[in-house]
Write a protein that binds this ligand. Structure first.
Ligand code: NI
Length: 175
């Protein structure tokens, strides 16, 4: 596994529509492994292939809403599709491609989706809360959409301090 460079806002690759993955080969597996290492190092909750410069429909989401005692795990989603969403959550959201900037973003509170695994097998999952938010954020990346384009507004320092508390580290909301 190797760390990959995370593309930053301003790079045109983040504005492009991504094409489906059609070959479930070593090249895909290496990319997914590298993305997982990159995501762990960056301490984020999700990462999309275009963020490492690959215009294909593959994302990672950190499943944070796990039962107590279980480890958070990174889920690989190839060619993901939303089947159903419901509810709404509004809160701060950031992006590993746009460091230090947070927007107030509304997302569905619950999503049911399907995707292929690294070998091409389809599966379904349902997520709530932060994991649902992270997934929707990643899906937007596959359409070339950044969170600041769907945010109600970009949050000021004061607003962030008020939300998180002045001395609290804001972590876990970037993807
Ligand atoms: Ni992002």
């Amino acid at each position: 596994m190797a760390l990959r460079n995370i593309v930053k806002k301003g790079d045109g690759v983040l504005q492009k529509h991504c094409r489906p993955v059609t070959e479930f080969n070593d090249r895909l597996h290496i990319m997914l492994d590298d993305m997982a290492e990159t995501l762990r190092k960056a301490d984020g909750v999700g990462l999309a292939a275009p963020q490492v410069g690959v215009l294909r429909r593959a994302v990672l989401v950190l499943e944070t809403n796990v039962p107590e005692g279980e480890e958070e795990r990174i889920v690989e989603l190839v060619n993901p599709e939303i089947l159903e969403c419901s509810g709404e959550q509004s809160g701060p959201e950031g992006c590993l491609s746009y460091p230090g900037v947070y927007g107030w973003v509304s997302r569905p509170d619950h999503v049911r989706l399907r995707a292929q695994d690294r070998n091409g097998a389809w599966f379904e999952v349902e997520w709530d809360g932060l994991t649902a938010r992270a997934f929707c954020h990643e899906l937007d990346h596959l359409e070339g959409v950044m969170f600041d384009e769907v945010a109600d507004h970009i949050m000021s320092e004061e607003e962030l301090d008020a939300h998180y508390g002045k001395d609290e580290q804001n972590d876990g909301a970037e993807s």
